[in-house]
Design a protein around this ligand. Sequence first.
Ligand code: CA
Length: 717
Amino acid sequence: MKQAAWVGTVVRLVGFFGLSFTVFTGCADTPNVVPEAPSTPVARVDGERLIAADSEPGNWMSYGRTYSEQRFSPLGAVNDQNASELGLAWSYDLNTARGVEATPIVVDGVMYTTSSWSIVTALDARNGVHLWTYDPKVKKEKSKHTCCDVVNRGVAVWEGQVIFGALDGRLIALDAATGKVNWEVATFDPTLPYTITGAPRIIKDKVLIGNGGAEFGVRGFIAAYDVDTGERLWRFFTVPGDPSLGFENDAMKMAAMTWSGEWWKLGGGGGTVWDSMAYDPELDLLYIGVGNGTPWNQKIRSPGGGDNLFLSSIVALRPDTGEYVWHYQTTPGESWDYTATQHIILADIELEGEPRKVLMQAPKNGFFYVIDRTNGALVSANNYIQITWATHVDKETGRPVEAEGARYEDAKFMLYPSYLGGHNWHPMSYNPETGLVYIPVLDIPAFYAQPAEEFEYRPDYTNLGIDGITAGLPDAQAERDALRPLIAGRLVAWDPKTQKEAWRVEHSGSWNGGTLSTAGNLVFQGTADAKFVAYTADKGEPLWEFPTQTGVVAPAMTYAVDGEQYVTVNVGWGGAFALVFGEYVHAKSTPNMSRVLTFKLGANGSLPEPKWKPVVTFNPPAQSGTPESIKLGHAQYQDTCMGCHGLNAVSGLLIPDLRGSALIHDQAAFDNVVLGGALRDKGMASFASELDAEKSAAIRAYVIQQAIRGQQVQASQ
Ligand code: CA
């Protein structure tokens, strides 16, 4: 298209002297003039093209490739017969060092991707040549409001614009050709603990974006913005506000009947829409996944019980107005961080001889749901992983039957799946040819107990409402080592018709990448132990792998340019598990090397040798804190520091391991950072509004204890 516009035709050019003249370009192979600028418009995606996405399989025009979000590519040039001939075609180094979760978009030969800190990059999809980068310059201290790393899952494109959400809540539209800002709008007050990490979707000239923040305390919502101006057109809250102020709509009035107490005073109820959306153009329904409550513990949030709508629900809305149509709640009275924000896939499948329009989700709670997407009725549900919180989902009521003790009211409960879920944000994929869904499964336990002290809402900080020390890892190294084999991850191929596992591949660690399936009978997945692997889609047989030098969490995608199929995956370890579970992070995952890797048949590119040494150098001072102070420090650390610096002060090495920090040698220097905010510009905000000198000293004493222990363990190895 780009060439056809000018090669072999008469082209009018304006020369150096401002003179207008014409040139005849005689031969397509050796053109003697160069046009002033590419004449092909870029990223001219619209609703018509997106709805007909299967008619142009070479493009990947929206987050999940199609509105149905199947992440299945009809391209089959790379297939189970030749996948072993895949090699590195090109790579591009992203200049960030935190988790990379984005799915690149490719339209007409141009790739648009994001990396951490919401930085957007455009590349030539054929060779990785850099076109432009846009950095929204998010203030680093905003990381204080992130539960799960400073990640971003990608852009949306529409009629020449590239649109994305920045971590600090700005929705920004760029000119796809230049990367210059067309418009930007704040979707929330950035001083509130909301964040954006998800990719926008665009339906009928409306940009849809939600946000995260339910660990801290926010009132979840999704809103639609005009694609040309950024003007907000509608907003749908997912949980009711203060009833005395009136309700925004009937849906909120209905939802409020399912809550008790004064939840709006505890941060707003939660229920953030931080990731999944899907759209059925025929039914004209937008489906959104809603997250957990604030605080997690329902006994505190809604002491009289109740379902607490629309937490942990899939909600169907009208995209034109945001009007509520139906909902299905996966986890009524959510009390475990069991979000239903996980990937939603729409498919038309035959069940008992009848074609059915279904929606599929494997939310954190461990059940795989098949829902009738016309009305929200449960078709079937079965657990895709071992679970302890419920026995099954009752087919008649559509509700889970909870196990005794699961609400940890009287005693500590060993919960499967953990707060990380049986499946987290890492996208699954559905292959209509095999009829299987490929789920990146997590298999990790967690321990829940009521808090030792009365819950006090902490504005601007995490508010989980469970006992932090119980939820953490055991203090003794031997006990933590004993837990190691329980921290597992696998790729599961799930049959939604029979609700049974078809095959599985056990990985060597947890927190592996999202999946892509293709018409070449292939499934692609990156792993925590730094591999990018192709399996057969029907049987799960490994065919090919490439060493990625860093853990992979993002899903792969595939596209074609000039008749050649490419497979791309963003690599760069990160996310919640990477930060929190430093103890169990695979050594090959760390540290982060953020890159776009693109493969094609017959290529043989290689990556430069990595230079890092992922090791903590211990040099702790003598312990001067009292046992009481260390104990206080442990509790404070769990409540305030653990989310970034890791359980038991063991970092995943994406950010500094405090046990090896020079700051623990000097309380004044430590306070200067923790209370004074001296490293604010590096992402370590001041915590002075929550911690005081006593607590800061206690945290330091706890970290020194952990450093001394870590040094002993390292010496014994
Ligand atoms: Ca959560």
